[in-house]
Design a protein. Sequence first.
Length: 265
Amino acid sequence: MPNFRQALAARVCLETRPSQAARRCSGYTTNAGTHNPCATRTIELMGVVITGAGGGLGTAVTRAFADAGATVIAVDRAWHESKPFATISADLTTAEGCRAMIEHASQHGPIDALVHLVGGFRGGSPIAETTDGDWDMMMSVNVRIAFNAIRAALGPMLKAKRGRIVAIGSRAAVEPSPKFAAYAVSKAALVALITNLAAEVKDSGITANAVLPSTIDTPANRAAMPHADFSKWVAPESIAKLLVWLCSDAAADINGAIIPIYGRA
C-alpha cells in the first residue's frame, strides 16, 4: 500500500494543455432573470477533474474523457512524464491539499465534474485480528480522501449551480465477505457519503453517484491474482464509458444512484 503522505504538495505541471478559461460562458439578464447558457454542458465543453488518474483504471478513464472531448485535469500523487492533458501532482490526504488541487484545476477553466478514483485495499484478517493501522488506513484512503476532494469541489460547483460528482466504490460495500471488514466498511461509508451528498444537492444542478465494480482487470490485479479467470473481471474501459455517461447531459436525472458493474464475476 503506497504511503499517500509522501505525495508532493499540489503542483501543476506546466507542460500540459494550455488554459481553457475561454470556455467560460457569460450570462445575460432578461425579464425572467439571469440566463446562464452553460447551465448544462456537453462533454466537449466540460472541465473534468479525475483523481487517482495515474492508476490502471485512471489511465482508461482519462483516455475516455479526453476522447469524448472533455478538458481533462488529471490528478495523482506525482507525475513523472508529460501527458496530452493537464496534470496536477497533489497530496489529497489533507483538506489543504484538496483545496489546492481545486484551485489549480480552476486555472484550466470551470470545474464541471469530479471523478474520484482514489482508493486502496487491505484485507485478509478477521475483525478480531484487524489492526488499528489497517482500519485507519482504509478509512483514510477510501473515505477521508473522498470527503476532502468532494468538499473542495463543491465550492465552485455550488456557485455555478451545476456539476457532476462520481466516485468509484466497490462491490464489497454491498456484498460483504469474511476477513475484509476494514475495506468493506470503508467502501460502505463512501456509498453513504455519496447518497447523503445526493440528497443535499438535488435542487442545485449537481448530481452525485457511485459506481461499484467487482474486480477490475488491471495489471496490478493480474499480478496479485495470477491464477484467476481474468475474463470474468470488469474491463477498465467499460467502467470509463459508464463514468463518461454519468457526467453527460444524458444522465442529468441520475442522482444518488449506486450502480453495480460486475462483469461476469
